[in-house]
Design a protein around this ligand. Sequence first.
Ligand SMILES: Cc1cc2nc3c(=O)[nH]c(=O)nc-3n(C[C@H](O)[C@H](O)[C@H](O)COP(=O)(O)O)c2cc1C
Length: 192
Amino acid sequence: MSTANPAALEFLLSRRSRPARTLGLPVPSRDEVALLLAAATRVPDHGKLEPWRFLVLTRPATDRLAALVESRGPVLGIEPEKIAKSASQYSMADLAIAVVQVPRPTEKVPLIEQTYSAGAVCLSLLNAALAQGWGANWLSGWPTYDEVFRREGLGLAPDERVAGLIHIGTPKMDSPDRPRPDPLKLATWVTE
Ligand SMILES: Cc1cc2nc3c(=O)[nH]c(=O)nc-3n(C[C@H](O)[C@H](O)[C@H](O)COP(=O)(O)O)c2cc1C
């Protein structure tokens, strides 16, 4: 039988993200990031396909990505406010880790299960960062759905996708938690 871990359960019952815009320096060191990635990759992975990889984004790469967002936005017809908001997601980031879904074509494991595994990596990375005492936030944003941004900005192959950008840093201000769902309203016990 597994051993109970009340501290881990308490963490899961109280964990919450911090808005990326409130995060600043210091950020995790390379050794701390290595530990976070070790936690992030300890996830369910049907077929042991490892259908994911990471891009650890730091300055000045984040400034380069902000500039690309600013040039791609008008081409895609994105509203100026949305372009500015997305550009600031990158320009304000001291550390963001892109979790990249790398599809492994196989008949044994449907692609959607590989996508779920990539989502699990994102949540584990987020939770590991929170457990290490950092503020962290899982974001996406329209640029991650732009093929040109993915290729030119992040160097992704055509079939690779961004499962999430996990922003990590030190919260510079407090932020309220958000309302949480009532789990009992979401659960149906099936007994026969
Ligand atoms: C796949 C995914 C993408 C998200 N992308 C964004 C985003 O681009 N912008 C945003 O404001 N929130 C986004 N969110 C929501 C944030 O992570 C939000 O801060 C989150 O709901 C906080 O939840 P938590 O406190 O339980 O961690 C995204 C969430 C997920 C799961």
